[in-house]
Design a protein around this ligand. Structure first.
Ligand code: NCD
Length: 317
């Protein structure tokens, strides 16, 4: 397994990864799941390495997950407080990148409200960059952790039918998951009101549904998305009550899915808006807590893989 050559300097998106790349990350992550369940859950694979968490947008679980992942591998982890940083004083993203780069970090984990900003930053630094979410573009480690969660329960990804439901328009999680699941041979449906779907979404190789009853019929996985109110300029849904009535997941709508269908949500959840509490907390069918657990293992795998072959990297132009 260690011989696999990942061939990417950064992890900016799922787009561009091959099925072998994805399987490799998931295989490495599987090993870390076991390690994380032991009393002694630390090794020294990243000893002497420095990881800087650089979040230009609020985050609790993703930032914490990367911090735990880095520390479990023995790295020094620094959380940059962007609210208090020079960005506030008018420094550009590029200046911030150059400043951080001068401190010789080995990995920068970056979240930014603008699509494409993480890629831009990655072009200016010498270290590996992991995209922890850029605007409504990509969130690759979320798709990888979702894939690991599904693979461990269903023992495969290819051939499954996955319904991604809700605010697809604003969701980087949806985009990364569509890219990953389709390249791995799963059938992907998106289920959403027209106002919450990007135009020409079918081009991504998904089937489009505008009602939950039809969209959930015989699916293996129901993946719910948060209604991203903070990214909405104007009114996209009449009211959250009405939204729940038509698009919120409850047992009644779930009946259309396969009897062993599983429920996922990247978090944070709006209970009573896109998902009812009783389904979210159903320990037999909801994988939401497993997703968080798999998140740490997947991020450990990404950190390990991206810092492994540092001597083989092409020099910066
Ligand atoms: C997602 C995000 O930030 O893109 N959350 C996460 O990373 N756990 C989804 C969301 O905010 O709804």
């Amino acid at each position: 397994m260690q011989e696999y050559s990942f061939g990417h300097r950064h992890l900016l998106g799922i787009e561009g990864l091959t099925p072998d790349d994805i399987n490799h990350v998931l295989d490495v992550a599987d090993g870390y799941v076991d390690m994380n369940r032991q009393a002694e859950k630390k090794n020294a694979e990243l000893r002497g390495r420095t990881l800087i968490n650089c979040f230009f947008e609020n985050s609790t679980r993703t930032r914490t997950s990367f911090e735990v992942a880095g520390k479990r591998l023995g790295a020094d982890v620094i959380n940059m407080a962007v609210q208090a940083s020079s960005m506030r004083k008018g420094e550009t993203l590029i200046d911030t990148a150059m400043t951080l780069n001068a401190m010789h970090p080995d990995v920068l984990v970056v979240r930014h409200p603008e699509s494409g900003a993480v890629q831009l930053l990655s072009e200016k630094v010498d270290c590996a960059v992991i995209n922890a979410g850029d605007g409504s573009h990509e969130h690759p480690t979320q798709a990888l952790l979702d894939a690991l969660t599904i693979r461990r329960r269903k023992h495969r990804l290819g051939g499954l039918t996955v319904a991604i439901c809700g605010d697809v328009l604003h969701s980087r999680v949806a985009r990364s998951n569509i890219a990953l699941l389709t390249v791995m041979g799963a059938r992907v449906r998106v289920v959403a009101p027209r106002t919450l779907l990007p135009t020409a979404i079918e081009r991504l190789g998904v089937e489009v549904f505008h009602d939950m009853e039809a969209g959930l019929k015989d699916v293996d996985i129901v993946m719910m998305l948060r209604l991203q109110i903070e990214r909405m300029h104007g009114s996209f849904v009449p009211s959250t009550r009405e939204y729940f009535h038509f698009f919120g997941l409850d047992y009644d709508k779930l009946k259309r899915a396969k009897p062993d269908a599983l429920i996922m949500h990247p978090g944070p959840m709006n209970r009573g808006v896109e998902i009812g509490s009783e389904v979210a907390d159903d320990i037999d069918r909801s994988l939401i807590r497993h997703q968080v657990e798999m998140g740490v293992a997947v991020r450990m795998a990404c950190l390990q893989i991206l810092t492994r072959d540092i001597s083989n990297r092409p020099p910066l132009q």
